[in-house]
Design a protein around this ligand. Structure first.
Ligand code: XIL
Length: 370
């Protein structure tokens, strides 16, 4: 039904005259955005999760299965060194269901295989390994993956370079040269997949501060010098203490400076952890989700909001942050939480002009979503 034919009683459909969007992905789509989730290949066999994946999300990303260790478990660059089974399943699922697939991640200090990390490899060998890894992995998915986290978490909280196998332990031959090794990784990724959007991704960089300053400086430098960097990924593993006007203003100002570099912004791993699963805590969490999604809507450069998982049953949070849990939009019994409805509403509602004058036009945006 075209907008002009819509019946007048399609009342909560706002200015488009369309029926209301019934899923997160659909609602985001009307704003020229995507809504995604991290998944594991075996979630495709889970009768609780698979239907939700298909119904609610327009993007999926491998929670673990495309990381170096899982995808490249054996030494060498021959096909037998790689394990593409899970990743290929995700790629096929995305293709068959008209979803976009996001790649995570090519260069990281965690979840690397023992053959890589035992200290046997020289800087020269590591440089070759990084080159081959990016070539094979990004090359394999060049027709499927629309955006890659090329490098993940390269900075410390104080903005200094994180000491990693790729940087200086022993590194790929660029130890002490700041972001030079990232530059190398981005150039290799562009060669392997000329079409995918290339992202730098990190956590605790949502607000202004030492870490986001350092990332910003790198991004500005890369943009100035034509290094192939298209986007910035803010992971968004948030805590309730950030639900203040001051913190949200800081996030907004930070997003704005990255947007002004011409970068696409993806919120890549959103979850808001709680220390209890009470109805009151769920209500406060919903309030924060709503404000955060509204903030994203107000920044045109934000093209993706992606959850780090579907349900509280499957989240990484309880295993990594003692005493915390309940971070996602579905509860452990696969019921939609207040946070789900808050996010959907935040995507569907008409934004007040309140905090920012740079409003994303409310509905029916035709902007290309990246
Ligand atoms: C996490 C996964 O969710 C866990 O299952 C795994 O055990 C550890 O990694 N930042 C990232 C993600 O970039 O890859 C991490 O994912 C969470 C933090």
């Amino acid at each position: 039904m075209s907008p002009s034919q819509s019946s007048p009683d399609a009342s909560n459909s706002e200015s488009t005259g369309q029926a209301p969007a019934n899923s997160l992905g659909q609602a985001a789509g009307r704003l020229g955005m995507d809504f995604g989730t991290a998944v594991e290949p075996w979630h495709l066999d889970d009768p609780d999760l698979e239907p939700i994946m298909r119904a609610e999300f327009s993007v999926i990303e491998a929670e673990n299965s495309m990381k170096f260790g899982p995808i490249h478990p054996r030494e060498g660059a021959a096909l037998e060194a790689f394990d593409f089974e899970g990743p290929d399943r995700l790629a096929n699922f995305a293709r068959n269901n008209g979803m976009k697939l996001r790649g995570h991640t090519l260069v990281w200090h965690q979840q690397n295989p023992a053959w890589l990390t035992t200290g046997r490899l020289t800087a020269e060998q590591l440089a070759k390994t990084m080159e081959e890894h990016i070539e094979v992995v990004a090359g394999r998915f060049r027709d499927t993956i629309y955006a890659w986290d090329v490098v993940n978490e390269a900075f410390n909280d104080d903005g200094t370079m994180r000491s990693t196998i790729w940087y200086d332990q022993p590194g790929i031959g660029m130890a002490g040269q700041g972001t030079a090794y990232l530059e190398r990784a981005f150039r290799l990724a562009r060669q392997a997949d000329p079409k995918a959007l290339l992202f730098y991704n990190d956590y605790d960089a949502e607000m202004l501060g030492a870490k986001s300053d350092a990332i910003y400086a790198m991004c500005r430098d890369f943009r100035d010098r034509g290094i192939p960097l298209d986007g910035i990924g803010f992971q968004g593993h948030l805590i309730m203490q950030m639900n203040t006007g001051e913190a949200l203003d800081s996030v907004q100002a930070n997003f704005e400076r990255f947007a002004n570099l011409g970068l696409v912004i993806h919120v890549t791993e959103l979850d808001i952890r709680l220390s209890s699963g009470t109805p009151e805590a769920f209500a406060e969490q919903a309030d924060f989700y709503r404000k955060f999604v509204e903030l994203c809507r107000r920044q045109d450069a934000v093209k993706l909001i992606q959850m780090w998982g579907i349900s509280d049953r499957d989240s990484w949070i309880p295993g990594w942050f003692e005493g915390f849990g309940w971070p996602l939009l579905w509860d452990s019994k696969m019921k939609k939480k207040p946070a789900y409805f808050a996010v959907l509403e935040a995507l569907r509602s008409t934004l007040s002009s309140a905090p920012s004058s740079r409003g994303r036009s409310d509905a029916g945006s035709t902007a290309d979503s990246a």
